[in-house]
Design a protein around this ligand. Sequence first.
Ligand code: COA
Length: 432
Amino acid sequence: MDYKKLYKEKLTTAEEAVKHIPSDSRVVTGHATGEPTVIVDAMVENYMQYENVEIVHLVAMGNCGYVRPEMKGHLRHNAIFVGAGTREAVNDGRADFTPSFFYQVPKLFRTSLPVDVAIIQVTPPDENGNCSFGVSCDFTKPAADSAKMVIAQVNDQMPYIYGDNFINIKDIDYIVEVSKPLLELKAPVIGDVERAIGENCASLVEDGSTLQLGIGAIPDAVLLFLKDKKDLGIHSEMFSDGIVDLYNSGAINNSKKSLHPGKMIVTFLMGSKKLYDFVHNNEMVELYPVDYVNDPLTIMKNSKMVSINSALQVDLMGQVCAEAIGLKQFSGVGGQVDYVRGTSMSEDGKSIIAMPSTASKGKLSRIVPFLDNGSCVTTSRTDVEYIVTEYGIANLRGKSLKQRAKALINIAHPGFRDELKKEYAERFKEDF
Ligand code: COA
C-alpha cells in the first residue's frame, strides 16, 4: 500500500473535517496534553452546524469552549473526569458527569457509550504508515479502534512513543496537519507540607519496588525523597517531569520488575517539553491502552507494587473521597481504585493515599468524622490500606473500626484532634 498517497488523499482542513461529524452523534476526543486542540476548537467555532452532539473525554486541559452556555442544544460535554475547565459547567448542569473506573472506559465505549467519531492527535506516519498516539494512548486508542469515523490531528511535535500505541493511516478517515507544541502541565508548588508527606511516603518504598504515582504536588514531592533508593520500576497510569530526574539519578532502572522488566509502562503522560523529549523514540518507555495498564489483574502482576494517590477527605472508618466536595464534583475516580485494588493483590504491594491534613488554607480538617453530606466514597474502607499526612502514617489494613479511628486521629492536624477525639469517645463509648 502506498501510504504517502493515502495520506495525501485524506488531508483536509480542520474546518472541512468537522463538517463530517453528524448531528445526534457521540464524539470522543483525546484528552490531557494529547488533546487535538485545533480540531476540537474548530468544532466549537462551527457549533451552529450541529444538533445534539455529545463530547466525551476525561482530563480537560484545552479551551473547553464546548461547555459555554451558547452551546446548548448543539454541543454537550459528558465528563468521565472533571477538570478546571469543565468543573463549573458540570456543577451548574450545563455538562454531565459519568462515573467510571478508568480501566473500564474502553469497555464503556464498546457497550453503553458507543463511539460515532473519535478525534485524536498522533505523530506523522512512520515508514509503515503507522502513527504513534504519543502521550495519550489510554482510552483514545480504544475509542479510535471502535469508532465509525476517525479524524486525526497529525502533529510533528507529538513525541513518537512505543507500545501498543499506534494507528495505521488506512484506519484514519480525515487528516488535519498541524505543527504545534503540545499542551504542558504546570509544575506543582511543593511546600513544607508536601515535603513532609513525601518523606513519609518514601519511607514506605523499599528498593526494588514498582511505582504508580498520581498527579500533583504530593507524588512529585515523594519523588524528591526516592533518589537514594535502588532498582525502582514504573508501572503507572501517568507520569510527569519528576520521573525524568529520578531516572537520571539512577534510582529507576526497571530491572526488578516482574512484569515488563526493563520498561516503564504507562497509559498517558503529562508534563513539559523536558518530559516529551525524554520519551520521544525512547525504547524504555511504552504506552498501552488503559484497559491493559490499569486493569487490577495487570497491576497485580507487578510484585512490590506501590501506588500513591491523593484525597480530599477521609472519614474515621477510612472511607476515602478523592473526587467530590459534598455534591460538587471536583474530579473523578480516575485510576485510583484500579491501583488500590491491583496493588492489594500484588505480592508485597502497598497502596498509599497521601494528603495534607487540612484544606482551605488550614480552615478544614481532611480527616473527618463523616464525609460531607452528598459526597461519594472513591476508595472504600474495605479497600483502603495506608493513609499518610504530614503528621505520619496510618496503616488501616486489618484494623478494627476503633483502631482505624485512633490511627487516623493521630495523623490529623493537632488543631482538630480534640474535636475528633470527642467523636471517638461518643462513637466507641470510651475515652481516646
Ligand atoms: N473541603 C473543602 N475544600 C477542599 C477539601 C475539603 N475537604 N479538600 C480539598 N479542598 C480544596 C483545597 O483547599 C483546594 O483548594 P485551594 O487550592 O483553593 O486551596 C482544592 O480543593 C483542591 O484540593 P487539593 O488537595 O489541592 O487538590 P489536588 O489538585 O492535589 O488533587 C485530588 C487532589 C484528590 C482531587 C486528585 O488527586 C484527584 O482527583 N484524585 C482522584 C483521581 C486519582 O486519584 N487518580 C489517580 C491516578 S492519576
